[in-house]
Design a binder for this molecule. Structure first.
Ligand code: AMP
Length: 420
């Protein structure tokens, strides 16, 4: 008896036709981040559960309800990583990278897992491109990685992504702010949604970015974190803004943006896009400074700042711009009989060895059906090999998009294609 299976809900297959855009985005990320001095790291998908509880924070949605956690066969509690910053910090500490270099700049590209309610642009396995810069406490690093992200967006053709900026203060000034905030919110407890009423005790800052309308009305009048910053946090934030202006990066201050993870201190930011598919004001990425994270995970007192971008959302936005991925064969070779099939296979071999993308229909069939296949492949050029062409060592190179055919010698096909 055969049985049919479906993929796990919220986890997507990526097939050719779609994957090309992913590759385009990933290639651009590697290229751009390389230029800013970031090197790629790959950490395991499974980590000790405690790593996320400790870093992301017990009261966050991620740790509270979204993690894929299970016991492995040895009885250890492990978790499919819900984000990349904690694993990177774990690796950074475990390999004592700080001993070898004072400043470390890493990026990663990989899948993350959160048991979330699904909708377009929100999945249970999703991919992130993330960046972590360790060892620089100066605001210049914040501004530089933000500028890098904005440059990355425009380099892939997303020119309308907006930057929202905030500062969450630090352990010096945040507690006093949270106290003021709780006092305000507690006075309006009845107007808050049930989730936010629970957050009042556990994670009051999160109430600030609740999307519920009555919560938003309450928080609109709440004290602003930006008015409660201590002098060093204020100076840091001013300098981040000055440098963004120097770089020509526009931004909007958003004192209600708090991010969903506990480890942020000072600068926090989000990259926001408007899109018919994703909806209004969807975050394509976000990040901030986390100066205490490395220390809290047993490492030295090393400051850090980073961000993560959602690959699915980037790809969805790119699809909306209508830009077509460029990947397609350079040449399709059709053939008329057995002898020319051998010649076509040999020619394809030679051209592929010379670096060209060549396709043919190994099943043969009528010329008409082969040309249909050529059309479908998206090839730029097609050539038909038959007895006549082989005898003359010359064939007609046909532009698939229409236009004049040109005669080329078969042994000069590679250079003809390159200069075409
Ligand atoms: P976060 O790690 O929550 O700050 O998320 C950073 C970025 O990852 C977001 O701005 C999204 O683009 C993306 N992201 C987060 N959660 C999901 C999800 N469940 N599905 C798809 N993308 C996500």
């Amino acid at each position: 008896m055969s049985q049919k299976f479906a993929g796990v809900k919220g986890m997507n297959d990526l097939l050719p036709g779609e994957i090309e855009r992913w590759q385009e985005v990933e290639t651009a990320a590697r290229e751009v981040m390389g230029r800013y001095g970031f090197a790629e790291v790959r950490t395991p998908i499974l980590e000790d559960t405690g790593l996320f509880v400790r870093s992301v924070g017990e009261t966050t949605d991620i740790v509270g309800k979204e993690m894929y956690t299970f016991e492995d066969k040895g009885g250890r509690s492990v978790t499919l990583r819900p984000e990349g910053t904690a694993p990177a910090a774990r690796a950074y500490i475990e390999h004592a990278v700080f001993v070898k270099e004072p400043v470390t700049r890493w990026f990663y590209i990989g899948p993350m897992f959160r048991y979330e309610r699904m909708k377009t642009g929100r999945y249970r396995q999703f991919w992130q491109i993330g960046v972590e810069a360790y060892g620089v406490k100066e605001p210049a690093q914040d501004a530089e990685i933000i500028e890098m992200a904005m440059h990355f967006f425009s380099s892939i053709g997303l020119s309308k992504v907006k930057l929202h900026l905030n500062s969450l203060g630090d352990e010096g000034c945040r507690p006093a702010y949270v106290e003021k905030l709780v006092a305000h919110l507690a006075a309006h407890r009845a107007e808050l949604c049930p989730d936010c009423q629970a957050r009042l005790e556990r994670n009051p800052l999160r109430i600030l970015d609740c999307k519920n309308e009555s919560c938003r009305a309450v928080t609109a009048a709440s004290p602003s974190v930006l008015e409660s910053l201590c002098e060093p946090c204020r100076a840091h934030f001013d300098e981040v803004q000055r440098l963004l202006t120097l770089f020509g990066v526009p931004y909007a201050l958003d004192s209600r943006m708090v991010r969903g993870l506990d480890y942020y201190t000072r600068t926090a930011f989000e990259f926001i896009a408007e899109s018919p598919v994703l909806g209004t004001a969807t975050a394509v990425g976000g990040g901030g400074r986390y100066d205490k994270l490395v220390k809290s995970l047993g490492g030295p007192d090393v400051p850090a700042v980073g961000f993560a971008l959602g690959l699915e959302r980037l790809v969805l936005l790119l699809a909306e711009t209508g830009q077509k991925p460029l990947a397609r064969p350079e040449l399709f070779i059709a053939f008329t009989d057995k002898a020319s099939q051998d010649a076509a296979l040999k020619l394809a071999q030679a051209l592929r060895h010379q670096g060209l993308w060549v396709e043919l229909d190994e099943r043969g069939g009528s010329l008409k059906s082969q040309m249909k296949r050529a059309d479908k492949s998206g090839a730029k050029w097609a050539v038909v090999l038959g007895e006549r062409e082989l005898l003359a060592n010359e064939a007609e190179l046909k532009p698939m998009a229409g236009g004049d055919v040109r005669k080329v010698r078969l042994d000069e096909l590679a250079s003809a294609l390159r200069s075409a």
